[in-house]
Design a protein. Structure first.
Length: 626
């Protein structure tokens, strides 16, 4: 309760200020002018305390004139010439405006605060078959913890016993539960939905992926965008200019415009109020914080306002192929055998031999046999790896060979009317199976394109952004993959160290480009691009290497991120134009009519609140963010 009071003290003082103002009005209308002045003074003290403290601190510590300083001078000036009521009204409205600004700023931090609240404080550690309650901060790497259904995972680890479904929305933004089994990684902050599991801790509590996400969002919220830096850099100069102009207005109008001294002084005070750059200062920060919070809630992490603002200026995006456009895991797409062979029998033999292989394609073949056809593996008696060609295994006293075309020669090329060549032209990898008598079958494998890749590419094209695929594959494979996702531009046969050169050439052509990859192998290229984007599913390395991270490896978030940035930049421009226009109108009005201080304050602070509320619109999701 006390903590809540501390967080709301600014609002409480503002309310007391308004109460004092109201009582002062009441006594003024009943003829008790001295009593009313006393309450107006109380309004000054309660409403202006924090503002005066802040402006004096800024002036002494940083030698900087703040917006609050202008308000303080205007309020004191009103009291000097006897306008206690107007001065108290100025303080009251300014205090309430400040309280509302604080509220809106706190609202933009709501997502990160909510994330931090999701971190459990205790865990159940299994020690000699006993459950011991231990503080999360005291967990050690190697500890085995028990996580029951409905509990949040307290630290990153690996499942050693049991299986379950986990809600990983806090990490990836994905609302669909993920099935987890023995050997799978689990992350702190996620929710165990189904069965009890035992998890071996793999990271200290302060180094979990969850904590790194929180830290990244916090850093992003504290890092200022170029627009914000520009406004804050010139705020002091602007305030000094307003003070100079107001000082001249205190002296010159009676001689130049035939104003009375009373009118001159009053309008100079109004000038201090209406020319204050409150709305300009508030034009950028709420919008930036809201956009960062929106992105974090949807699995799009920006490292800061600079990256977020620049995202909307992209003219091209370069994609790494493997692990980005494609899933990075080959799957079997076709399997044919000769007429004399039973398909499942041969598949069981192949799976048995491949289970002893270290080749990347072996897992895909084994998975195809077990998951698609439910064929058991037939264990070979001996295995021989033929480096560069394939593998040979003895099964039931018979020799079987599994490998590429060169292992079988012309017979492989002619097998099944040259189907292997046809598969190769489709961008597939071909593996042949044979025995002493010849080729018995062929398997085609392909690194499949992500289902959402074509949607993401189309979304970028709709935003007017060019797309280019960079791959080490040959020209034909690159062309096929690019065409599948709707791309016409690609760079083939590109070695890892040549990606940086490719990115630099693209920068010369397109000016502002992003590079998207897996965040590890593509780190140099990501660093070279104007914006590095990492596919970051469960990868804390991605958080450290890229400017933007797509937490669920969901490419459809990419055009959303660009659209969010464009929308934020548009709202910031709206805010700046609106703020300057209102300030200009109020300044001109002050010269041509006697603008009352309360009206000036209402218009000025209303201007500030409107630009803040306009920025807070970015907290809300939109299907089309552009």
């Amino acid at each position: 309760m006390l903590e809540k009071f501390k967080n709301q003290h600014e609002l409480i003082l503002a309310i007391i200020c308004w109460l004092c103002l109201g009582i002062g009005w009441a006594f003024r209308f009943t003829g008790f002018s001295l009593v009313s002045i006393a309450f107006f003074v109380l309004a000054y003290l309660t409403g202006g305390f924090l503002k005066v403290k802040g402006s004096i601190t800024a002036l002494i510590t940083h030698k900087k004139f703040s917006v609050d300083f202008l308000m303080m001078v205007a309020a004191i000036g009103a009291a000097v010439i006897g306008y206690w009521e107007d001065g108290a009204m100025l303080i009251a409205i300014f205090a309430m405006s400040g309280a509302l600004e604080t509220y809106t700023f706190n609202k933009s931090h709501k997502e990160i605060s909510a994330l931090m609240d999701l971190q459990p404080e205790v865990a159940l550690v299994l020690k000699k078959d006993q459950e011991v309650v231990v503080a999360v901060c005291d967990l050690q790497v190697g500890d085995v913890i028990l996580i029951k259904p409905g509990d949040r995972v307290p630290a990153d680890g690996q499942i050693t016993v049991g299986s379950t479904n986990l809600d990983e929305a806090t990490i990836t933004g994905e609302s669909i539960p993920i099935e987890k089994r023995i050997g799978d990684d689990v992350f702190a902050g996620t929710v165990n939905l189904r069965g009890s599991i035992e998890v071996a801790i793999t990271k200290p509590s302060d180094e979990t992926l969850f904590q790194k996400i929180i830290q990244m969002v916090q850093n992003a919220q504290s890092e200022k965008s170029p627009s914000q830096q520009f406004i804050e850099k010139h705020e002091g100069v602007y305030v000094k200019s307003v003070l100079v102009v107001a000082s001249l207005m205190f002296v010159l109008p009676p001689y130049l415009l035939s104003w009375t001294w009373d009118m001159t002084f009053y309008r100079a005070l109004v000038m201090l109020v209406v020319a204050s750059p409150c709305a300009l200062v508030a034009s950028v920060t709420p919008a930036t914080l809201s956009a960062i919070s929106n992105g974090a809630r949807n699995g799009i992490l920006f490292k800061g306002g600079l990256q977020l603002e620049r995202m909307g200026t992209l003219t091209a995006v370069a994609f790494d192929k493997t692990g980005t456009i494609t899933a990075g895991k080959p799957v079997v797409t076709d399997f044919v055998v000769c007429d004399e062979v039973e398909k499942k029998d041969l598949l069981g033999i192949v799976a048995g031999i491949e289970s002893h292989s270290t080749h990347p394609l072996a897992d895909a073949i084994i998975k195809y046999a077990s998951d698609v056809h439910q064929v058991p593996k037939v264990s070979p008696k001996t295995i021989e790896n033929v480096v560069g060609f394939g593998v040979i295994g003895i099964v039931h006293g018979k020799e079987y060979k599994i490998g590429k075309t060169e292992m079988f020669g012309e017979e492989a090329i002619k097998f099944s009317d040259g189907i292997g060549l046809k598969w190769q032209n489709e961008g597939k990898t071909v593996v042949y199976i044979g025995d002493e008598e010849g080729v018995l079958g062929a398997i085609a494998l392909k690194d499949t394109v992500r289902q959402e890749a074509d949607v993401a590419i189309k979304g970028l094209h709709d935003l007017g952004i060019a797309t280019i695929m960079i791959t080490g594959d040959n020209e034909e494979t690159a062309r096929i993959i690019a065409s599948e996702v709707g791309m016409t531009n690609y760079i083939a046969s590109c070695l890892p160290d040549e990606k940086v050169t490719a990115v630099k050439k693209l920068q010369e052509k397109y000016n502002v480009i992003a590079m998207i990859g897996d965040g590890i192998n593509d780190a140099p290229a990501l660093a070279t691009a104007n914006i590095g984007i990492a596919m970051g599913e469960g990868s804390d390395v991605a958080l450290e290497t890229a400017d933007v991270v797509l937490m669920k490896n969901n490419l459809t978030r990419l055009p959303q991120a660009v659209g969010l940035s464009k929308r934020m930049n548009r709202i910031i421009r709206q805010n700046i134009v609106f703020a300057i226009a209102v300030i200009g109108v109020l300044i001109l009005s002050n010269f041509f009519i006697r603008l009352p201080i309360p009206i000036a304050v209402v218009a000025h602070e209303g201007n500030t609140i409107l630009v803040i509320l306009n920025g807070l619109r970015l907290l809300h999701n939109r299907r089309c963010m552009a």
